[in-house]
Design a protein around this ligand. Sequence first.
Ligand SMILES: Cc1cc2nc3c(=O)[nH]c(=O)nc-3n(C[C@H](O)[C@H](O)[C@H](O)COP(=O)(O)OP(=O)(O)OC[C@H]3O[C@@H](n4cnc5c(N)ncnc54)[C@H](O)[C@@H]3O)c2cc1C
Length: 466
Amino acid sequence: MAHRRGANDIAIGYDEGVIAVFVVSPWQWEQHDWGAMRIQFMLRNVRALAERLGDLNIPMLRVNAPTFADAPQALLTLAQAHHCNALYFNDEYEVNELERDAAAEKLFAAKGLAVKRFCDQTVLDVSQIRTGEDRFYSVFTPFQRAWRAAFAKQGDAGVVASPRKQRGEPVGVRAVEGWRGEGAEEEANSRPDLWPGGELVAQKRLAAFVEKRIAGYGDNRDFPGINGTSIISPYLAVGAISPRQCVQAALDANDGQLERGASGVVKWISEVVWREFYRHVLIGWPRVCRNRAFKPETEKIRWEDDERRFEGWAAGRTGIPIVDAGMRQLAQTGWMHNRVRMIVAMYLAKDLFLDWRRGEAHFMRHLVDGDFASNNGGWQWSASTGTDAAPYFRIFNPMTQAEKFDPDAEYIRRFVPELASLTADQIHADPDERLWPRTIDYPRPLVERAKVRDRVLAEFQRVKGG
Ligand SMILES: Cc1cc2nc3c(=O)[nH]c(=O)nc-3n(C[C@H](O)[C@H](O)[C@H](O)COP(=O)(O)OP(=O)(O)OC[C@H]3O[C@@H](n4cnc5c(N)ncnc54)[C@H](O)[C@@H]3O)c2cc1C
């Protein structure tokens, strides 16, 4: 919020500048399935941000607005109390967020206060990217082509400079006192050892990835047993680092080239473009924010409702080692490798034949990098209900996926320790041909694959025809 010259109503004396505000909306977070991992990680990052802003004499205040509907008035009250003349914020694209932001804009305008909105969640303003027929893209490859053309015109990622130090007394972290004890138990359980907060941590991780691993990204990215990806997603999800900083760091390592040069860099940037694509999809088809499938005909699919199957999946007790390893990685760390996310998601929808929305919500509740657009996009891709989705008849076989992408079963052994004494061949053996010692305590598969597969195919064909 911009603060008017001469205002002297906050404890720390300075005569012009901005106040940073963090809006706390616990009811809305709950509605959006944000879990403790994500919330605590976000708060950790807000505290780190408040400290850095404190060094710049910029206070950070907290506003309580249990629902998004409460936020505009809460912000206005704060703005008026501090004689602010403008509200600045970055755009968000989910429907509830859009409604909240439009209401805030209206309320502030009615009181004669300026509102300035910025695009910062994406490298490019993806609301402006369109097909030749002025439509939104529903397929990734042509979207990416258009994105790259627009980026080339812009020339660089457009990284924004850090704010300047404000005049006046240093505020340190005094303005955010009282946050430290918040949710102490949840904070302790949310793996701060794995996910320390702050932009500086994120930048360090990005720099280490670009220096050591990005060159091999193309070869290594699909192997969950290898530390081959950036693991920057949590920091992107909460805005601790911007996608512009990410793309610029990658370009700098490739002589500024977007299309040529190191193939690992080119591939990595295209993954960041997937993130931009799923935001573009939200803007073009907001119904996906309302629990709707992108492909309307797939809403008629009669998913099965089987609590035993869902609970087995969620607990990492499906009897399929790669699926169980992924679900346990999620439970233990709040993160899961992308290849394994695809495998467990497709397994829920196509093998267990459960509604993908249940899996989507479970991911949101447990991921530290929970991000509506990417999560919904990933789930709808896996369930063949979404944009550019996997064709419904292409169903991953999780056993062959495991053999291909975790050949030595290193990843599986790490997260499913009861299988640690088995060889990779034993672990990857067809479940019906498992010759495992009786002492191994591991469940039989929850379903008979071939049978369910026929049901899934028939159901997709039925809704396609109807
Ligand atoms: C079912 C499912 C659910 C998912 N849920 C989420 C989610 O809630 N939050 C989330 O950030 N990502 C999600 N993804 C995408 C992807 O799995 C993660 O972004 C990735 O695993 C993060 O690891 P990384 O940072 O090491 O990625 P890297 O491979 O290093 O990629 C760099 C960045 O590009 C973006 N990115 C990479 N792959 C994708 C992708 N397929 N879709 C969109 N963006 C991508 C991410 O921001 C990532 O941090 C989901 C994918 C699937 C299949």
